[in-house]
Design a protein around this ligand. Structure first.
Ligand SMILES: CSC[C@H]1O[C@@H](n2cnc3c(O)ncnc32)[C@H](O)[C@@H]1O
Ligand SMILES: [Zn+2]
Length: 445
C-alpha cells in the first residue's frame, strides 16, 4: 500500500460533489494538498493511504462546493435597509446614488469587509462585484480570503472615483495590473447599464475588455422601464441595443436579464452571453420575473446572485436558491419547473462559469478545495432523505459550520480566522452614523 501525504484530510458524513456525474458520497474523505483536492472518495479507502497534517471531522455534516454569488455590490451592506419598498429607478436615482456620491475609499472597504464576513458565514466562497472605488473591494476580498471578480463601475457621468472616461479606463487598467494574476482576485470591465452610459462608453468598454482580454459585466434588461427608456432614447430595446454596440459575446456576463422577448433570448444564447439571475432583488424592486426555464432551454449559461444588500436585503445564497426555485414554480403554476438540482447547478457550476473560475464550482481531484459544510444536526435539517432537496429548500446560510477556500479554513463554528469581527462591528456602527446623516441631508436637499 502506497502512503501519500496531504495537508488536510476531511472526513464527512455526506459530500455533494456537483461533479459531472453529480455524485453524492456517504461517509466520504477529501484529501487536500497545497489548496487543491488530491483525492476524494470513500473514507474507508482514503483513510488508510492518506497521511494528513490535520484531520477535519465533519462526520455530522454535509459538504458541498462553496456557493458562488455571481452578482453583487458588496459595499452596499452599509446601506442595508436605508431605502426600501421603492421601484428600481426611484430607489437608485433618488435614494442610493446621492448617498453613494459621499462614499469614501474607507467606507467602500469597510462595507466590503462586512459583506465578506456575511458571505463567508453563509457559505459563499467566490463573488462577482461591481462598485465605485472597487479596488477597495478587491482589497477586502484579499483580506477576507474569498475569491472575487471585481470591476470599477463605469458611468457616463463623473463618479467619486473618476472625473472622465479616460480616468475611468485608467482605473480599469491599473486594477488589472494590481489584481490579475493574484491568487484569488481577478478583474473585468463593468459598464453599469445601457441607461447610465453613452453609446460611445459602451463600445469603448468592449474594446477595452478585448484589448485587456478580460470579461465585461453589465446590468441588462432589468425592468420594463429600462426597455421603454431604451426605445425612447435609442429606438431599440436593451438587448438589441447592446448587441448593436457589440456588447454581447462570450466574455459578457449580463445581470438580471428580466425583460426579454423570445428573439432576445436567442440573441443572448447565440452570442454566448452568460446571465446572472437575481430573483430576490427582482422581487423586492418589483422588476419582474426572469424567464429562467426559457433561458435554460436556449442554452444560456446561468448563474445566481444576490445583488447588493440594499435590494435583497441579505447576501445569503441559500435563501437565493430557494427563492429562485419557488418564484418560477408559482409564476408558471407548475411545481416541476426549475427543480432543485438545476438551481444548485446555477449557484455552483454556473457561478464558476460566469466568473471564469473553472477550478471551483464542483469537488473532484485537481479542483480547488473551496468547500463548505452544513451542520446536519440542526433541527431544520432533520431528517434528510435527499441532500439536494435539503440544500435548496431547507438549508439556510446560518446552518453553515465551516467555509474553506483553497484549503484554508476562513470560518468555523461562529469564528472567522482572518477577520477581527468584533472590531469590524464597531467600525460599522460608526460608519452607519455617517451614512444616516448623508441620507437625511440628501432628503432635505
Ligand atoms: C456603482 S456599482 C453598482 C451601481 O449599481 C447600483 N445598483 C445596485 N443594484 C442595482 C440594480 O439592481 N440595478 C441597477 N443598479 C444597481 C448601485 O447602487 C451602484 O450605484
Ligand atoms: Zn446589481
Amino acid at each position: 500500500m502506497t502512503i501519500s501525504h496531504c495537508d488536510t484530510l476531511i472526513h464527512a458524513a455526506w459530500v455533494v460533489t456537483q461533479d459531472d456525474s453529480r455524485r453524492i458520497l456517504e461517509d466520504a474523505g477529501i484529501a487536500v494538498s497545497n489548496g487543491f483536492i488530491s483525492a476524494i472518495g470513500s473514507w474507508e479507502e482514503l483513510a488508510p493511504v492518506w497521511y494528513p497534517k490535520r484531520i477535519v471531522d465533519l462526520t455530522k455534516h454535509l459538504v458541498l462546493p462553496g456557493l458562488i454569488n455571481a452578482h453583487t455590490h458588496a459595499s452596499m451592506t452599509l446601506m442595508r435597509g436605508l431605502a426600501d419598498d421603492l421601484p428600481l429607478m426611484e430607489w437608485l436615482t433618488k435614494h442610493i446614488f446621492p448617498v453613494e456620491q459621499k462614499l469614501t475609499p474607507e467606507l467602500v472597504h469597510l462595507g466590503a469587509l462586512l459583506a465578506c464576513c456575511e458571505m463567508t458565514k453563509t457559505g459563499t466562497t467566490a463573488f462577482c462585484d461591481m462598485y465605485l472605488m472597487e479596488e477597495h473591494v478587491g482589497r477586502a476580498a484579499e483580506e477576507a480570503g474569498l475569491r472575487a471578480r471585481i470591476g470599477e463601475v463605469l458611468f457616463s457621468f463623473p463618479s467619486p472615483a473618476y472625473a472622465s472616461q479616460d480616468e475611468a479606463f485608467d482605473l480599469v487598467r491599473s486594477m488589472k495590473e494590481r489584481f490579475d494574476g493574484s491568487n484569488r482576485v481577478n478583474t473585468a470591465v463593468m459598464p453599469h447599464s445601457v441607461y447610465t452610459t453613452s453609446p460611445e462608453l459602451l463600445e469603448k468598454s468592449m474594446e477595452l475588455a478585448e484589448e485587456l482580454d478580460i470579461p465585461l459585466n453589465i446590468h441588462l434588461a432589468e425592468t420594463q422601464t429600462e426597455s421603454q427608456q431604451s426605445i425612447e432614447q435609442h429606438g431599440l430595446r436593451p438587448v438589441p441595443y447592446a448587441a448593436e454596440r457589440g456588447l454581447l459575446s462570450k466574455r459578457t456576463l449580463a445581470a438580471h436579464a428580466v425583460d426579454l422577448t423570445d428573439e432576445e433570448i436567442d440573441l443572448l444564447a447565440k452570442s454566448g452571453t452568460r446571465v446572472c439571475h437575481n430573483p430576490e432583488s427582482n422581487m423586492k424592486l418589483a422588476s419582474g420575473i426572469a424567464r429562467v426555464p426559457e433561458m435554460q432551454a436556449a442554452g444560456i449559461p446561468l448563474s445566481l446572485g444576490t445583488d447588493g444588500a440594499c435590494s435583497n436585503n441579505n447576501l445569503d445564497m441559500f435563501s437565493e436558491m430557494s427563492s429562485c426555485a419557488l418564484l418560477q414554480k408559482v409564476h408558471h403554476k407548475d411545481s416541476t419547473r426549475v427543480p432543485a438540482q438545476q438551481v444548485l447547478d446555477m449557484a455552483t457550476r454556473g457561478g464558476a462559469c460566469s466568473l471564469d473560475m473553472p477550478q471551483t464550482g464542483y469537488l473532484a481531484k485537481g479542483q480547488a478545495a473551496d468547500l463548505i459544510a452544513l451542520n446536519l444536526n440542526t433541527p431544520s435539517l432533520m431528517p434528510m432523505y435527499n441532500p439536494i432537496s435539503h440544500l435548496v429548500y431547507a438549508a439556510q446560510g446560518a446552518d453553515v459550520a465551516l467555509t474553506m477556500v483553497g484549503g484554508e479554513t476562513l470560518y468555523q463554528d461562529g469564528k472567522f480566522t482572518r477577520i477581527d469581527y468584533p472590531a469590524l462591528r464597531e467600525e460599522i456602527r460608526d460608519a452607519a452614523e455617517f451614512i444616516k446623516k448623508q441620507f437625511e441631508q440628501g432628503k432635505m436637499a
